[in-house]
Ligand binder design. Structure first.
Ligand code: HPA
Length: 261
């Protein structure tokens, strides 16, 4: 049976234990090899990848995003649900709220963002996150009675440091709602590979300067851990509800990068 669904687990989501019959697959890509756990949930085949490695050993700016996305593409994955911890810039979005982001602002500096190294492709980025998968997540959050926001603009910073309060003030003026370090280029590469991609973002903290305390990775992980059951529930509900065979616009770009075909 083909593997149509993947979960990319971010900070605090390292455990594929909702799946049964788990095997580990190594996938070789032109960018290096990746390890993915593959299992089943409700009769659907699902791949699980820990974005930062199993022991959270890979920093956001050093993640091999191209190998990760190309590897999932080679496995046949068409639908990706990613998870991510974020700081909140918009004070309506509180710790433990879920945000189904629909836009991003890219402040990364040093990451390859394309598979296309010959020829020129200017990828349309009007709808970076798949509206169909976002609706699946919105419906799941509604059904579970979780606090959520239907839309949001994710600011991706290079990291690995947290932001200064001055940066957060600037990002708020630019329209950012939440800030993290991983959605770009992951979402961009998934789009290039014509895969549907959506992110379950959870606020772990108010961003620097909004929070009166200094920030720590421990705090972020701690809040994720407190809410891991809700994360797991959302993922399970989304896998159950998603039509894994759906033919979606994300899978047919007008100008598709031939390198990925
Ligand atoms: N900034 C950047 N990344 C983050 C934050 C933050 O405040 N919280 C969780 N990931």
């Amino acid at each position: 049976m083909s593997i149509n669904i993947a979960i990319i687990g971010g900070t605090g989501v390292y455990d594929p234990n909702i799946l049964t019959d788990i095997t580990e697959e190594k996938v070789d890509t032109p960018y290096g090899s990746i390890k993915v756990k593959v299992g089943s949930y409700q009769g659907k085949r699902v791949a699980f990848m820990a974005r930062h490695g199993e022991n959270h050993s890979v920093a956001p700016h050093l993640i091999n995003y191209r190998a990760n996305i190309w590897g999932l593409h080679l496995l046949g994955v068409k639908n990706i649900f990613a998870t991510a911890a974020v700081g909140s810039i918009n004070t309506d979005m509180k710790p433990k709220d879920f945000v189904f982001i629909d836009q991003f602002l890219d402040f990364t500096k040093n990451r390859p963002q394309t598979f296309v190294e010959q020829g020129v492709i200017h990828l349309d980025m009007t709808t970076p996150y798949c509206p169909r998968l976002r609706q699946v997540l919105i419906d799941a959050a509604e059904k579970m009675g979780l606090p959520y926001h239907q839309t949001g603009t994710y600011v991706c910073m290079e990291g690995p440091r947290f932001e200064t309060p001055a940066e957060i003030r600037m990002l708020r003026q630019l329209g950012g709602d939440v800030v993290g370090m991983t959605s770009v280029p992951e979402v961009v590469l998934a789009r290039e590979a014509e895969m549907c991609y959506a992110t379950i973002v959870m606020v772990t903290n108010f961003a620097a300067g909004i929070s009166l305390n200094s920030l720590s990775h421990q705090e972020v992980v701690g809040v994720m851990n407190e809410n891991v059951q809700n994360f797991r529930g959302l993922v399970m509900e989304a896998i159950t509800a998603v039509d894994e065979q759906a033919d979606c616009g994300c899978q047919h770009l007008p100008e598709s990068p031939s390198a990925v075909k």
